[in-house]
Design a protein around this ligand. Structure first.
Ligand code: SAH
Ligand code: SF4
Ligand code: F3S
Length: 447
């Protein structure tokens, strides 16, 4: 009989992809996904530790789930992902009803852990080793035989091309929660993309914490290829309509990769290139290994080669030691680049990071003010940038629709809403004339 699996996923797309992998692995043990925890036989919380009070959030969610365990003693609860990696068995001390703690490189073990728990061989499973090898087994299991087909409405997927990160930006938990950077073999990636296309997927986003350094840390391929080479390989696979990637550290953005935007027609004109700060003094303290000037040069090169490219970024405000002048530099960089959009955050101390010990912490009120100032200006710029699309015709890949309306996405990653008949389905590409712009989305009519 089918068992019910409920997964709650926090954090980045890598966690989302990991949750999908787990879902697919568990489908082989007769687990079906449910959307509410109440009827679940297994609850997994896939956690993120990137900012703020990540640990507390996990404990408070666990607290809410605890009564379910009283109602159903057979229910198993597992904590996985980056907080699981970071906290390990400490989680069980605060939440003794947790049955499983699984770190970022052990997720492929979940089915066998569940078997042992079900057999009564053990009462709790904890696996948080960072092995320093790619979590190949998870993928191999998936690729051996056919993985279950994506749901009919699905037409885009993430494909993880590397794990971990070696950059050790001074504020970031990822190197400690995800371990050393390892690139996945090219053949595996190409094979996974091929299978996905066979199953109807049209858009692929290649995923890693720093995709630009793909190939530099490859223990498997005899002749590792660069990220730009990988893009050419993947773009060649017949049937793929759109190719994207995320995330990129500007320090490793090569000329060859910039050229891909001119040469690979299915590579979408959208680039998420996190800058974090506009001040060289802060970039140095962050240990980002690029300068404001080199960043701006890369932006100019990208725009020259692909004038329609939409640029997005990540910003941290209130990094330790960030003066008013440093912040002004960030605002000034925003004026210079005029990003189409950005994700901006108040700096927060994280465990096992160097900046947690830096002096000159910026007061919370100042961080709040700076964040608001940045976000308000970004919103205005996003609107002005989006208004430039009004009157143009964009190719929109439909994501959802019904009742005479549809929602889709342009190559530049803008969401577009438009009226349409119900014979348009997710994954179809439609020409849409843009009629109105908002700061976060566009509206249009079928051209
Ligand atoms: N690998 C990506 C970033 C991944 S983390 C890169 O190098 O750009 C996603 C974003 O979270 C970061 O870009 C950063 O803006 C933010 N972030 C990371 N650590 C943070 C911290 N300690 N405080 C606030 N924001 C943080
Ligand atoms: Fe974190 Fe820096 Fe690695 Fe990005 S590149 S994941 S910010 S350490
Ligand atoms: Fe969060 Fe881990 Fe991703 S800390 S951002 S889930 S790599």
């Amino acid at each position: 009989m089918a068992k019910h699996l409920y997964i709650k996923t926090f954090g980045c797309q890598m966690n989302e992809r990991d949750s999908e992998i787990i879902e697919q692995l568990l489908a082989r043990s007769d687990y079906v996904l449910v959307s509410e925890p109440q009827t679940a036989d297994l609850i997994l919380i896939n956690t993120c530790s990137i900012r703020d009070k990540a640990e507390q959030k996990v404990y408070s969610l666990l607290g809410q789930l605890a009564p379910l365990k009283k109602e159903n003693p057979q229910l198993k609860i597992g904590v996985i992902g980056c907080v699981a990696q970071q906290e390990g068995d400490k989680i069980c001390k605060r939440a003794p009803y947790v049955d499983m703690i699984v770190g970022t490189q052990q997720i492929y073990r979940i089915p066998s852990m569940l078997d042992r728990l079900a057999d009564g061989q053990t009462t709790r499973e904890i696996a948080t080793d960072l092995e320093g090898s790619f979590i190949i087994p998870a993928f191999q299991k998936l690729l051996r035989g056919k993985p279950p087909s994506p749901a009919p409405a699905e037409f885009r997927k993430f494909v993880t091309i590397m794990q971990g990160c070696n950059n050790y930006c001074s504020y970031c938990v990822v190197p400690s929660t995800r371990g050393r950077e390892i690139s996945r073999p090219v053949v595996d990636i190409v094979e996974e993309v091929r299978i996905l296309i066979e199953q109807g997927i049209k858009e692929i986003t290649l995923l890693g914490q720093n995709v630009n350094s793909y190939g530099q840390t490859n223990a498997v391929d005899e002749h590792p290829v660069s990220f730009a080479d990988l893009l050419y390989w993947v773009a060649e696979i017949p049937g793929l309509e759109r190719l994207r990637f995320t995330t990129s550290n500007p320090k490793d953005l090569s000329e060859k990769l910039i050229n891909c935007f001119a040469e690979i027609d299915i590579l979408c004109p959208h680039f998420h290139l996190p800058v974090q700060s506009g001040s060289n003094h802060i970039l140095q303290k962050m240990d980002r290994k690029y300068t404001r000037e080199s960043y701006l040069e890369k932006v100019a090169a990208l725009r020259e080669i692909r004038p329609d490219i939409a640029l997005a970024t990540d910003i941290i405000v209130g990094f330790p030691g960030e003066s008013d002048e440093d912040f002004t530099q960030t605002m000034d960089l925003l004026e210079t680049v005029r990003f189409h959009g950005s994700f901006s955050f108040k700096y927060s101390d994280r465990p096992n990071t160097r900046s947690a010990d830096f002096a000159d912490k910026v007061p919370e009120t100042v961080k709040k003010e700076r964040l608001k100032q940045f976000q308000d200006r970004q919103d205005q710029i996003s609107l002005e940038q989006n208004e430039k699309y009004v009157g143009t015709v964009q190719k929109v890949m439909v994501e959802s629709g019904g009742d005479g309306k549809a929602k889709g996405r342009t190559g530049t990653n803008h969401i577009v809403h438009f009226p349409c008949s119900d014979d348009v389905h997710p994954g179809n590409t439609v020409d849409v004339q843009i009629t109105r712009a908002g700061k976060h989305s566009l509206q249009g009519e079928k051209a």
